[in-house]
Structure formats: structure tokens, C-alpha cells
Write a protein that binds this ligand. Structure first.
Ligand SMILES: [Zn+2]
Length: 393
């Protein structure tokens, strides 16, 4: 029994509410013996419950199963460069409670940790909790070591290095804790509840303040030798470009991340190139964010439109290189920057089509995530669930 089988069965049941063993085998292309074994294990653990019987064509009444939504609750925490989002979900992934904070740039590491603990504690004692907390998943950007429970470095959070997140958060909970990279948990959420539930080989790009990627290969999340895969934000797109937080030059993040788009816009606005953006932020140029650039672009501002077209072109170029290398069936565009809308997304699509080999491009489906800003937090809750229901085994 693999994680992949559990994921397939649980995500199918989440979507369809009930199913028989035959439904699961047929819909998911699994061997009936594999389905029977996995269903039995999940029933024994209490995560699945019987849900009556269904009359089959052959006259045999087959048992139906569903997810036991009161089995356990799970907490998903997403610590980003600009936010902390925490959600409490039941085993069906229905959100029972949500807590969110904005992080202003320059907030110290101690304060960020204290906020994160406070979000986790509020969710643990939530009045909306319907069962005991079975696990806590935490995601952070940058490099993480899930085995050691350490957030090694998040370049976009000042001073964030070698944070012993597992140890710190374990002080407040007895539930098992899992730590993962935030772009990967976005990928997990897409796999679980999004548009790629049946796909085996796909990429989910997370375009936010930074840029990251979840890579699924053969139905499993691909993490690389030491959990450092998916750094598409540090793929070189301008060989002699500006210096990046990683120390190299011309990385995708220097021209197409939320951080870069905002910084380029601020410089241009100071040079008087966008009176509209200046008005939008009422003269407070330092406060210009990528979201402001999106608003200005969609109101017709030429500078903002050019910035988003340029960013989309670089993202499409990097994705084309990834597609040529990995031949995915799907690429999902996610993260806060996608809210900029068609101007950015059309440029991504155009560059992707321009630079991807035709045979590979023709087999590729490009879609936009519908999970919104809670996607990574949801994926964190899901990895907590999977971690505690997988065969230890
Ligand atoms: Zn870089």
C-alpha cells in the first residue's frame, strides 16, 4: 500500500462522497486487491466508515464507504514572506476555522515565530473543532529538511536560517508535526483537491513573493536528493542579469516574482513613468506591491501592463525549459501573482508555446489554480493527514 494509493482513494471519496470497492478500482485504474487492502486498512484505522450498500447490476449489494469526517481534525500552517495563514480542517478537508496575519517586511524572526505559535494555538482550541487534532502540517518557503524538522533558509524572510520549527512548535502540541516547503504543499493541495487529481506527472508553479515549484513524477512528489528540488525561481533567465538573493545572477525571481515586480514598479514610478500607480498608492511609493501593479495593469496603465507581460514571458520561458525536461501532462499556475489575471497569464501561455518543443507542448494542459491564497495551508493540513495515516508500516 502506497501513499499514492491512499491519496487516490481519499481524494476520490472526498469528491464523490461515497464509493464501492469496484467504483474505486474502476475509476482509479487500481487492482481490486490493492483497493480491498487499502480500504480495509483505512477502515481499521477509523478514517473510512461504511456508508450503506449499493445495488449492483449483477444483483449483489456492494458496500459503500465514505470518509469519516469526525475521525480527526488537522491543522495546516503556511508561513510566507508576507503572511501567516492557518486553517483547521476535518478529514474531508472542509475548513472549520481560518486565521490569517499579514507580516510586514522586516518583522523579526522571534516575532514571526511567536505569531506562528499563536495561530497554531488558536486553531488547537477552536470552538469549531469537531474532533481531536490528529496532526499539524507547517510549510515555509525556501529549503526545508522534513526529516530534521528544520527550516534551513528562507531567503525572502530576513534572518530566517536554521529554524528548529519542529522543536519550537512541539512545545505547544502533542499532535505529530510535519514540515514541508510551501510550493510543494501547494502541489499536494492541487493533487488532492484541484485540477490534477488523476494526473501522475505534473508541475505546479507557485508565483508569489518568491517563485517555487512542486514536481510530481510517477504519481509521487519528487523532492530531490536533499529536499531541494523545484527551485524554478532560481533558474537563470537573464544570464547577465541582476544579483539574486541566492547570490547568482538573473534568476527568474529577479524579474518575475511578486517581490521583483513590485521593486521594478517602485523604481519606474519614482522616475515618473506611471502617474496612475502613483495615484493608486496616494504617493506612498514604498508601499507599492505586486497586487497594486495588477490593479493598475487591469485599469489600463501601460507601465504595469508591460511589467506583467515581461514577467509572464520569463515565467513561460522557465516553464518551457521545465516542460522540455520533464514532459508533464499538466502545468498548474498558482500563487498570489496569478490574481493579476489575463495580462500575465496570456504572456506565460505565449512564451510557453514559443519555447516548448511542439510534440511536448501539444500533450500539455495549462491551467490556473482555483485554490486561492489558502492552497499551501490546505496542502500542509493534507500532508499532516497523510503522514499520520500512511503505512508506517
Ligand atoms: Zn536566485
Amino acid at each position: 500500500m502506497s501513499n499514492q494509493t491512499i491519496t487516490l482513494i481519499l481524494s476520490y471519496l472526498r469528491q464523490n462522497r461515497t464509493a464501492t470497492r469496484s467504483d474505486l478500482a474502476a475509476a482509479l485504474g487500481l487492482h481490486t486487491r490493492t483497493v480491498a487492502h487499502t480500504v480495509k486498512t483505512l477502515l481499521d484505522r477509523g478514517l473510512l466508515i461504511p456508508a450503506g450498500r449499493q445495488q449492483s447490476a449483477a444483483g449483489r449489494r456492494q458496500e459503500l464507504f465514505s470518509i469519516n469526517s469526525s475521525y480527526r481534525n488537522y491543522i495546516g500552517l503556511d508561513l510566507g514572506a508576507t503572511h501567516i495563514i492557518g486553517i483547521l480542517v476535518d478529514a474531508n478537508c472542509s475548513v472549520l476555522e481560518r486565521v490569517a496575519f499579514d507580516i510586514r517586511p522586516g518583522l523579526g524572526v522571534e516575532m514571526i515565530i511567536s505569531q506562528l505559535r499563536s495561530v497554531a494555538n488558536r486553531l488547537q482550541v477552536s470552538e469549531n473543532r469537531t474532533a481531536s487534532v490528529g496532526g499539524v502540517g507547517v510549510c515555509v518557503p525556501g529549503f526545508v529538511d522534513p526529516r530534521a524538522g528544520v527550516s534551513i533558509v528562507a531567503e525572502n524572510i530576513v534572518g530566517w536560517r536554521n529554524i528548529q520549527l519542529h522543536k519550537i512548535l512541539s512545545a505547544d502540541t502533542t499532535a505529530p508535526l510535519v514540515i514541508e516547503d510551501s510550493s510543494r504543499t501547494l502541489g499536494v493541495a492541487e493533487r488532492w483537491t484541484g485540477s490534477v487529481q488523476r494526473a501522475s506527472d505534473f508541475l505546479v508553479i507557485d508565483i508569489g513573493y518568491g517563485v517555487g515549484m512542486a514536481i510530481y513524477a510517477g504519481g509521487e512528489l519528487y523532492r530531490g536528493t536533499n529536499y531541494k528540488s523545484g527551485e524554478i525561481g532560481h533558474v537563470t533567465v537573464v544570464p547577465d542579469g541582476t544579483v539574486c538573493t541566492c547570490g547568482k545572477h538573473g534568476c527568474l525571481e529577479t524579474v518575475a516574482s511578486g517581490k521583483a515586480v513590485a521593486a521594478i514598479a517602485r523604481t519606474a514610478v519614482r522616475q515618473g513613468k506611471s502617474p496612475m500607480l502613483m495615484d493608486l498608492v496616494q504617493g506612498n511609493v514604498d508601499s507599492i506591491s505586486a497586487a497594486d501593479v495588477g490593479v493598475a495593469a487591469n485599469t489600463g496603465d501601460a507601465l504595469a501592463r508591460d511589467l506583467l507581460r515581461s514577467a509572464g514571458g520569463f515565467i513561460g520561458l522557465a516553464l518551457a525549459n521545465a516542460a522540455n525536461l520533464l514532459n508533464p501532462s499538466h502545468i498548474v499556475l498558482g500563487g498570489g501573482m496569478i490574481n493579476a489575471g489575463a495580462i500575465l497569464l496570456d504572456s506565460v501561455r505565449e512564451a510557453l508555446s514559443l519555447h516548448t518543443m511542439a510534440e511536448i507542448f501539444n500533450e500539455l494542459e495549462l491551467s490556473v489554480s482555483e485554490l486561492g491564497i489558502d492552497g499551501s495551508a490546505l496542502g500542509s493540513a493534507i500532508i499532516a493527514m497523510l503522514d499520520t495515516t500512511s503505512p508506517a508500516d
